[in-house]
Design a protein around this ligand. Structure first.
Ligand SMILES: Cc1cc2nc3c(=O)[nH]c(=O)nc-3n(C[C@H](O)[C@H](O)[C@H](O)COP(=O)(O)OP(=O)(O)OC[C@H]3O[C@@H](n4cnc5c(N)ncnc54)[C@H](O)[C@@H]3O)c2cc1C
Length: 485
């Protein structure tokens, strides 16, 4: 038995109406092609959308959403599908609306340092466009060569340089959005206005709402001046604990580096095999510490950082001597998840947060989990934010490994909460962490969140079955029927 959603989409000429809106070339109905959209980078759960539409204008997005509203059909906004928590999973089917063909940089206002981009614009393209003028778009998720600005808005993305420069909400001034009834609104600062907006900050409410409040179509982003100078250092440590203590000590000394990232031995070995950077294979952990700002004073800060590393027993501290060396180091860090393919067919990325001072405790706990469940768990993470990313390695063809990977991930997140942290730093809740919401929030908190959601989407049809405990899961629905060509 197909779901009611699929019956509706498949039997009332719905597909023909969708085709009339976006055109034949912008509609995916073929079962093989739909496979591309069956999951995001959280591959433990999968569900095929009934159909995927690839609109090219806000008007097309609004027309699709209105059609869905008229037939009570759920729809799922999608960017590049790099989410790591199943936020873009089409649980139970529905119309997936992929923004990837709305990917233009519409205008750059150099005088006021801002750019207007379509929601499907890839994050890295913004900085590429403006860097010759000494500017950049600061939020830099490691997925930035692929992920979209719309997806960043929905998940309030961070990145290695979040520590000093802030996350998406600090750099998005306003945006156009199609509400779940098809109405088009603009929230926050407008392209031709100032930055201050009176009234409630609805822009801020939507950022981080995981695609449940509507579809963002155009985004006005802030551009910042690129730092004059960088000092990028690689501290090499015998143990993860020593590197963790160094993180606490650097911040405790009153310095805020542009980035403070940690990688443990297993990930160093995978990266070295893939990119041959010259990482020491027998180091327990390495820390990337990047200072940025005005040249004056940066050297003195760098010496203080080196001193702190040495006091924590660093074997050596290498300082990048050229822009190329710095770029190579960041390339390795940002491609770390990709290098995992050398270690395992599958991995489950966790995204917990702990107070920085608890990093040694959580790292020891992760090691204990690895032993308990018999699975390797490399770590590469935003140490300065206390935002850990243990990567639980498993093989999805082995049901017992899947079970153990889930259990290990679960234990680690529980420990983060116990240590006073949280179950997500930047990847969102999605389908992955729905059950944890009840551990972190009271019933009243959760109901308040649902009430806000109902203001935007009373029928809960925009990206349904996410975030809230008790939502349906993929297994609650029969597998999808195929659309007739
Ligand atoms: C290798 C790798 C590294 C990563 N590193 C980081 C990192 O450093 N920091 C970080 O924060 N994240 C990171 N991520 C996670 C992910 O890249 C981010 O969450 C990113 O913002 C998702 O963007 P996307 O375009 O792929 O969105 P998708 O994955 O397609 O969607 C994510 C969510 O956004 C919603 N959405 C997408 N587009 C829109 C839109 N136009 N309007 C409304 N809702 C929309 C979807 O419904 C879904 O809820 C990483 C992922 C990978 C695979």
């Amino acid at each position: 038995m197909a779901s009611k959603t699929e019956d509706t989409i498949l039997t009332i000429g719905f597909i023909d109406q969708l085709r009339a809106i976006v055109g034949h070339a912008n509609l995916v109905t073929d079962a093989d092609e739909l496979l591309v959209y069956e999951c995001d980078a959280y591959t433990l759960e999968k569900f095929l959308p009934t159909v995927v539409a690839l609109p090219r204008t806000t008007e097309e997005v609004a027309a699709i959403v209105k059609l869905c509203a008229a037939h009570a059909v759920p729809f799922i906004p999608r960017g590049a599908g790099t989410s790591l928590s199943g936020t873009v999973l089409a649980v139970g089917g529905g119309v997936m609306i992929a923004l990837t063909r709305m990917n233009k940089i519409l205008s750059v206002d150099y005088r006021n340092r801002r750019a207007l981009v379509e929601a499907g614009c890839v994050n890295a393209w913004v900085t590429n466009e403006v860097k010759s003028r000494g500017l950049l778009y600061a939020p830099d998720p490691s997925s930035q060569p692929a992920c979209t600005i719309g997806g960043n808005v929905a998940t309030n993305s961070g990145g290695p340089h979040t520590l000093k420069h802030g996350v998406t909400t600090n750099h998005v001034l306003g945006f156009e959005m199609v509400l779940p009834d098809g109405e088009v609104v603009w929230l926050g600062a407008t392209p031709d206005g100032g930055e201050d907006v009176e009234g409630l900050d609805l822009r801020g409410v939507v950022i981080g709402s995981e695609g449940m409040f509507g579809i963002v179509t155009r985004v006005l982003v802030r551009l910042v001046r690129a730092p004059q100078t960088f000092k990028t250092m690689l501290g090499v440590f015998e143990t993860v604990e020593a590197a963790s203590q160094t993180v606490s000590d650097i911040i405790g000394a009153g310095m805020i580096p542009g980035a403070l990232e940690m990688m443990d031995q297993l990930i160093i070995q995978a990266l070295e095999a893939a990119y041959h950077f010259g990482f020491p294979l027998n180091a327990g952990a390495v820390l990337i510490v990047e200072l940025d700002g005005l040249a004056a004073g940066l050297e003195a800060q760098a010496q203080r950082v080196i001193g702190i590393c040495q006091r924590n027993g660093a074997r050596e501290v290498r300082v990048a001597k050229t822009d190329q060396e710095r770029a190579d180091l960041w390339k390795c860090r940002k491609r770390a998840f990709g290098a995992i393919g050398r270690l395992s067919p599958n991995f489950l990325t966790q995204d917990g947060v702990v107070p920085r001072s608890k990093l040694p405790v959580i790292m020891q706990f992760i090691r204990a989990c690895s032993e308990k469940y018999g699975l390797r768990i490399p770590n590469v993470f935003h140490a300065g934010d206390g935002n850990i990313h243990p990567l639980v390695l498993y093989d999805e063809r082995d049901a017992d490994q899947v079970r153990r990977a889930l259990a290990a991930g679960h234990d680690i997140l529980e420990k983060c909460v116990e240590l006073g942290g949280s179950v997500t730093g930047e990847h969102g809740i999605g389908v992955e962490k729905m059950d944890f919401m009840a551990k972190q929030f009271s019933k009243d908190d959760l109901e308040a969140m649902q009430m806000v959601r109902r203001v935007f989407d009373p029928a809960a049809r925009c990206n349904p079955h996410k975030m809230f405990p008790g939502s349906k899961r993929c297994g609650d629905f029969a597998p999808k029927k195929q659309v007739a060509a």
